[in-house]
Ligand binder design. Structure first.
Ligand SMILES: Cc1ncc(COP(=O)(O)O)c(C=O)c1O
Length: 456
């Protein structure tokens, strides 16, 4: 970037003058040279200069089958020839009906009702409000069940309800005065066990802690909300096998609803369509977003059981209605994209491809794990977190000011692979269409990027 009349320079300057970026320290951003992405193709992002970068994190975990996927492009075009959007408040629309039927068919058993919204955070807000209202309207009503249990280090989005059930101090602590009270259970984070136990001998003390919370406080608890199997934003914390099953069983035993937030884990990321399937768990409420539209358009859904839905039925004047909605709820273009994305899962045997990618990632990550400042490599399906530490023996983190995760990712970007860290955890989550050659390039760039950044 040099000449000020260069279109890329101009766009970068305008961006820095007017666009406030999410989760971004703008004082740093205005001194950076923003990558301006003008196009995409399969697993590649293409900037305004024509440079290609492999999209190593699926555009923040939402793109499933690649960019400009012809089938999804075409489905949106066809829908555009009919109508882009009509409201679901008082009207129905074919794509939202058909997608609801497909989602119900794919989701864990018992989830029969689909409430649309447009982001992961709204899907979570809706689940929380439904759970709260359910206990006021079930038969007999249990209005004292108002509390939510969540995990430490949980992330469920950035709206205030979702932040209330969040557990990441860096993102959430400032907003505490605005939040409702919750009950926090220890995270099953074996690498940094909050209970100071060892996975070989602890018999899942974290699950026992959750069971005790529910045994003691079920009377006041509406629901447990959990990211099943992988706590994504916390740094791809992978839960030990059986943990989710124990939480689900405890919820059933104590008559507490279970909300599974599969915004990140849904649509194949963990190797099954939904993470709950690994432990045969059937939640009462399921939150979906990100990949639901193939990563094309903002769409989310909260799925509920008949039991939940029935508690909202009644005479008009009883006011049992779920008083919630968003303008773009069930947007026709987004639902058409979602249907085309589900078709690709079938036509391209995508779950088989995910298994191949999972294996190739596991093999390719072995040399990364051997690097001197890699504390742990965590992988579930095609979700990967590489935790960088100052000292692998003591597991001492780097001082935050060093921005080690960011530096390692910047070094990978210089090698043509777009990745973004979570603190000092380098995240990989490639789209399912990623070729073997591109996957090898991702792994090389990340290995070399980490080595470059961590070498004194
Ligand atoms: C598990 C989980 N829930 C909710 C969200 C929020 O989704 P959105 O950014 O679409 O609001 C995220 C986003 O990363 C997530 O990982």
């Amino acid at each position: 970037m040099s000449r000020p009349d260069d279109p890329t320079v101009r766009l970068g300057r305008l961006d820095q003058a007017h666009v406030w970026h999410p989760f971004t320290q703008m004082a740093e951003w205005v001194h950076s040279e923003p990558l301006v992405i003008a196009a995409g193709e399969r697993e590649f992002l293409i900037d305004t200069e024509g440079n290609r970068y492999i999209d190593g994190v699926s555009s923040l975990w939402c793109n499933l089958h690649g960019h400009r996927r012809p089938e999804i492009d075409e489905a949106i075009r066809v829908q555009l020839g009919r109508i882009a959007h009509s409201t679901l408040l008082g009207l129905a629309s074919p794509p939202s009906i058909e997608l609801a039927e497909r989602l119900v068919g794919l989701a864990p058993g018992g989830l029969t009702r689909v409430f649309y919204s447009d982001s992961g955070a709204t899907a979570v807000e809706i689940a929380l409000k439904m759970a709260f209202q359910y206990w006021r309207q079930c038969d007999p009503p249990r209005p004292e069940k108002t509390r939510f249990v969540h995990l430490a280090e949980a992330y469920h989005g950035d709206t205030l309800g979702a932040v209330s059930v969040g557990g990441m101090d860096l993102f959430h602590a400032l907003y505490r005065p605005l939040l409702f009270e919750t009950i926090e259970a220890p995270a099953p984070y074996c690498y940094r066990c909050p209970l100071d136990t060892r996975p070989e001998t602890c018999d899942q003390a974290c699950a026992a802690a959750m069971e005790k919370i529910l045994a003691d406080r079920a009377d006041e608890t509406a629901a447990v909300i959990i990211e099943p199997l992988v706590q994504g934003a916390a740094g791809m914390i992978t839960h030990p096998p059986g943990y989710l099953r124990r939480v689900a069983d405890a919820c059933r035993r104590h008559d507490v609803l279970l909300i599974c937030d599969e915004v990140a884990t849904g649509f194949g990321r963990t190797g099954r369509m939904f993470a709950c399937e690994h432990e045969d768990v059937r939640p009462d409420l399921l939150c979906l977003a990100k990949g639901i539209s193939g990563g094309y358009l903002p769409l989310a859904a909260t799925l509920a059981t008949d039991r939940i839905h029935a508690a909202f039925l009644g005479e008009h004047a009883e006011h049992r209605t779920f008083f919630h909605g968003h303008t773009y709820t069930g947007n026709a273009l987004a639902c058409a994209a979602g249907l085309a994305s589900l078709d690709i899962f079938e036509s391209d045997a995508v779950l088989d491809r995910i298994r191949d990618l999972e294996r190739a990632l596991a093999e390719g990550l072995a040399p990364v794990a051997a690097l001197p400042h890699v504390g742990q490599v965590r992988q579930r399906g095609v979700m990967v977190g590489i935790e960088l530490v100052a000292d692998t023996d003591t597991r001492e983190p780097y001082p935050p000011g060093i921005r080690m995760g960011a530096r390692a990712c910047e070094a990978a970007v210089r090698r043509g692979v777009w990745v973004r860290p979570l603190g000092d955890v380098v995240v990989l989550m490639p789209p399912y269409c990623t070729s073997d050659a591109s996957l090898a390039r991702i792994l090389d760039a990340v290995r070399d990027g980490i080595a470059e950044a961590t070498t004194p």
